[in-house]
Design a protein around this ligand. Structure first.
Ligand SMILES: [Zn+2]
Length: 299
C-alpha cells in the first residue's frame, strides 16, 4: 500500500501528498451538489460567525468559527499573509502560540515562523495542500527566526531553508539539536495527533533520542516537509462531526523510517503491474460533510 501511494504521489507531485487521507463517511444532506468546493472555500475572506467546530476529515472537511492567528505575537510571526491562511480552530491557535513560546527558549530561536494553517472557513484550497481543511493542521517553518519584526513584504519574500540532503535520506548542516527539541516538544503535546517530516529527520531523531521514546510514535516520515514540518492536531474532545485519523501504528516507527530512507537510497524498481495513477478527483460540495454548506452560507 505504501508503495502504491508512493507511486501515486510521485506521479501527481508532492502537493497532493501532504496527508494520509482518512476515509470519511459523507452525509446525504448535500447529495447532488456538484459545485467545486475549492472555488467556494477559496473565495471566503473571513471566518463564519458560528460556534468553533471542525467538520469532516483533514483532507475532506471545513471549519466553523475559526480564529485568526495574530500576524505577530511575542514569540511568532505568521508568514505569507497574502494567502490568508492563518485561520484555525482555537485549539490550533493556542497550540501554535504555546509551541512558539517553547521555541523561544532555544538557542538561536526568537520563536517560530508560522506557515499555512487553514482558510477562513477551511475546505479545499485553490492551490497547494490536500489537507489543512478543518483548522487542525499547521505548517511550521524550519528556518530559525532571528527577529520577529519582519514586514509584510519580507514575509512574502523570505524563504525557509531546507534541512535535507540526499533527497531526504539525511539531514544537512542546517539541522540542529534545537530543531529536534522543538519537534520533540510538539510531539509530546497531547493535543497533537501526528507530525509530518522528511524521513532523514525522523531517523536523526531516532538516533539521538534518549530516555522516553514514546513521542517518536507521532513523528511520521513523509514526502517533502524539509522546509517546514506539519503538525496535525486531534479533534478536540467531544467534537462530534470531526473525524480523526487512525492513530499511527504502535511503537517508535524507527524501523519504518529506516525503510523510507533505504527506499530513497536504493529505489525499488517500478512495479510493471502497478495500475496507472488516477488523478485526485475534484472535491465537490456533495463530497464534503453536509454541515459545510452551512459554514459557507453563514455570516
Ligand atoms: Zn502542511
Amino acid at each position: 500500500m505504501v508503495r502504491l501511494i508512493a507511486a501515486v504521489c510521485i506521479a501527481l507531485g508532492l502537493a497532493a501528498c501532504q496527508s494520509e487521507e482518512p476515509t470519511i463517511s459523507v452525509s446525504s444532506q448535500n447529495a447532488g451538489d456538484n459545485r467545486v468546493a475549492k472555488h467556494l472555500f477559496g473565495a471566503m475572506q473571513t471566518g463564519s460567525n458560528q460556534r468553533s467546530q471542525s467538520f469532516g476529515g483533514y483532507a475532506r472537511g471545513c471549519q466553523a468559527g475559526a480564529e485568526q492567528l495574530p500576524e505577530t505575537g511575542p514569540t511568532w510571526q505568521a508568514m505569507r499573509l497574502s494567502r490568508n491562511r492563518n485561520w484555525a480552530q482555537p485549539v490550533t491557535v493556542d497550540f501554535v502560540q504555546d509551541l512558539s513560546q517553547f521555541a523561544a527558549t532555544q538557542d538561536g530561536w526568537e520563536g517560530l515562523y508560522i506557515g499555512d494553517m487553514s482558510q477562513p472557513r477551511g475546505g479545499p484550497m485553490l492551490t497547494g495542500h490536500a489537507s489543512h481543511q478543518t483548522g487542525l493542521d499547521a505548517d511550521i517553518w524550519m528556518l530559525p527566526p532571528d527577529r520577529l519584526n519582519l514586514t509584510a513584504a519580507e514575509r512574502e519574500n523570505i524563504s525557509s531553508i531546507s534541512m535535507r540532503r540526499s533527497a531526504g535520506a539525511y539531514t544537512n548542516s542546517n539541522w540542529t539539536p534545537q530543531h529536534e527539541a522543538i519537534l520533540r516538544a510538539a510531539a509530546s503535546d497531547p493535543r497533537v495527533a501526528r507530525i509530518f517530516v522528511f524521513p532523514g529527520a525522523k531517523v536523526a531523531m531516532c538516533n539521538s533520542a534518549t530516555g522516553d521514546r514514546s513521542w517518536l510514535n507521532k513523528i511520521r516520515p513523509w514526502w517533502g516537509h524539509h522546509y517546514h514540518f506539519h503538525v496535525r492536531l486531534n479533534c478536540p474532545d467531544g467534537a462530534t462531526g470531526c473525524t480523526n485519523q487512525a492513530p499511527p501504528p504502535a511503537g517508535d516507527g524507527c524501523a519504518d523510517a529506516a525503510r523510507w530512507v533505504n527506499n530513497i537510497l536504493n529505489p525499488p524498481p517500478p512495479d510493471p503491474n502497478a495500475p496507472p495513477p488516477t488523478p485526485r478527483a475534484e472535491l465537490t460540495m456533495a463530497k464534503l460533510p453536509g454541515q459545510c454548506v452551512g459554514v459557507l452560507n453563514a455570516n
